[in-house]
Write a protein that binds this ligand. Structure first.
Ligand code: AR6
Length: 169
């Protein structure tokens, strides 16, 4: 698997699948989630509502992942995953690692070979970027998968630098 870093907006990425840093409701929010629903159009929310009406009546649990159409995005699928809110009193890194592992598992189920990831939990959910980057890179690197192109799409120089350090310590 080739791991690549890109400074930019995940909604502009051409990839088989783009990962969304969603919340359990699957019904949208701010950050990457807001951008993906805005640029991808209503087809994504329609699929999310169907998931809520079927398998995920109580929402998508933290650390898990599920796919929908990518609507108007230049990708085929959006893989929604729910990162943990950062906590100083409890170590939730296992849940953050699980987001990347489960997203790759869903990508394998879909037959996706290229996947673009944001820095899950590192925005509104408050995870310190250096630690978020280390967990993201270590997990994607060590998870067996058919994905050949894993791309981290970072939305600012600080995030890009943190991921570059995690990739080449
Ligand atoms: N492309 C790539 N990265 C982005 C983009 C973009 N268009 N926009 C923001 N980022 P966040 P979280 C970066 O807050 O912390 C939502 O309301 C951002 O700078 O999107 O997992 C959901 O509904 C940060 O580095 O996700 C949830 O309620 C990273 O993406 C909650 O926020 C993640 O920031 C999830 O919070």
């Amino acid at each position: 698997m080739r791991i690549e870093l890109v400074l930019g907006d995940i909604t502009e990425q051409r990839a088989d699948a783009v990962v969304n840093a969603a919340n359990s409701s699957l019904l949208g929010g701010g950050g990457v989630d807001g951008a993906i629903h805005r640029r991808g159009g209503p087809a994504i929310l329609d699929d999310c509502r169907r998931l809520r009406a079927s398998h995920y009546g109580a929402g998508l649990p933290t650390g898990q992942a599920v796919a929908t159409t990518a609507g108007d995005l230049p990708a085929q699928w959006v893989i929604h995953t729910v990162g943990p809110v950062y906590s100083t009193s409890e170590d939730r890194s296992g849940l953050l690692a699980s987001c990347y592992r489960e997203s790759l598992r869903v990508a394998d189920d879909l037959g996706a070979r290229s996947v673009a990831f944001p820095a899950v939990s590192a925005g509104i959910y408050g995870w310190p970027i250096d630690d978020a980057a280390r967990i993201a890179v270590d997990t994607v690197r060590s998870t067996p998968s058919q994905v050949s192109d894993a791309r981290f799409v970072l939305f600012g120089q600080d995030a890009y630098t943190a991921f570059a350090k995690a990739l080449n310590p």
